[in-house]
Ligand binder design. Structure first.
Ligand SMILES: NC(=O)c1ccc[n+]([C@@H]2O[C@H](COP(=O)([O-])OP(=O)(O)OC[C@H]3O[C@@H](n4cnc5c(N)ncnc54)[C@H](OP(=O)(O)O)[C@@H]3O)[C@@H](O)[C@H]2O)c1
Length: 230
């Protein structure tokens, strides 16, 4: 991969795990990072911090229909996007009997429907060019196997993202690898200061999935580079 030029779009690249993923990808030879953030000044600041060939772009994930339009604009602007990291996410507290329907809809939009819109808009052109990598930053709290044990809106939306991962992996075929990752418990605004893992350590498996070789896996859910149950 060192000789080939690749362009990677990272959502929520302005802080936390997204910034660490964007930084690590930007270090790879031939890699241009598109650092996407909800607010353009945050994206531009992130790109300045990341350096290399990176560019900051505005991308608000609140409305998946707007996200589809914006993704097509970005594809036109950059010509090709080879790697998509669906990293941005929201965590709304509360059990299923406490949250509002609006809370659930917001979480589904940001954590699942907008990532789907990005996959839907960018995946087919990856397939046409015969190479693509999509990484969906999910959570063990979205795993049925682990009991969907997080706050309800978050767990439901991450389980939906997991389902979208498998569905899109089946649709995009072998040259485009689509995988989900649980980054662990990470010291970010979402994870809090007590979390056990640094954002840099959490970026390891997403970056590995973003740069998988041709015989790498697709349609899987990973933690610490190991397959886990959905
Ligand atoms: N931290 C953990 O322990 C942990 C564990 C498992 C999974 N994860 C997952 O890892 C991913 C990154 O989380 P993090 O810990 O780095 O969280 P974070 O520091 O809270 O960062 C969340 C990112 O998502 C962005 N975002 C939220 N809503 C958005 C919207 N409507 N449009 C565009 N961007 C939006 C935020 O942008 P703003 O700065 O504009 O708000 C920010 O860049 C998330 O998908 C999260 O679910 C985290």
């Amino acid at each position: 991969m060192s000789e080939t030029k690749r362009t990677a779009l990272v959502t929520g690249a302005n802080r936390g795990i997204g910034l660490a993923i964007a930084r690590a990808l930007a270090e790879k030879p031939g890699m241009q990072v598109i650092a996407a953030a909800r607010k353009l000044p945050d994206a531009e600041q992130a790109a300045a911090e990341i350096g290399h060939d990176s560019v900051g772009v505005h991308l608000d994930l609140s409305n998946p229909v707007d996200v589809s339009d914006r993704a097509r604009e970005l594809l036109g602007e950059f010509g090709q996007i080879d790697i998509l990291i669906n990293n941005a996410g929201v965590l709304t507290p509360g059990s299923a009997s406490e949250i509002s329907v609006e809370d659930l809809a917001e979480s589904l939009n940001v954590n699942a429907a907008s990532p789907f819109a990005l996959m839907r808009a960018l995946g087919p052109s990856m397939r046409e060019r015969g190479w693509g990598r999509i990484v969906n930053v999910s959570s063990g709290w979205g795993s049925f196997d682990e009991g969907l044990s997080g706050p309800a809106a978050y767990s439901i939306s991450k389980a939906t993202l997991n389902a979208a991962t498998l569905s899109m992996a089946q649709a995009l075929g072998p040259s485009v690898k689509v995988n989900a990752v649980c980054p662990g418990w990470v010291r970010t605004r979402m994870g809090g200061l007590a979390a056990s893992r640094s954002p840099e350590a959490a970026a390891d498996t997403p970056v590995w999935l973003a740069t998988l070789p041709a015989d790498g896996p697709s349609g899987g859910f990973f933690r610490d580079r190991r397959l886990i149950e959905w």
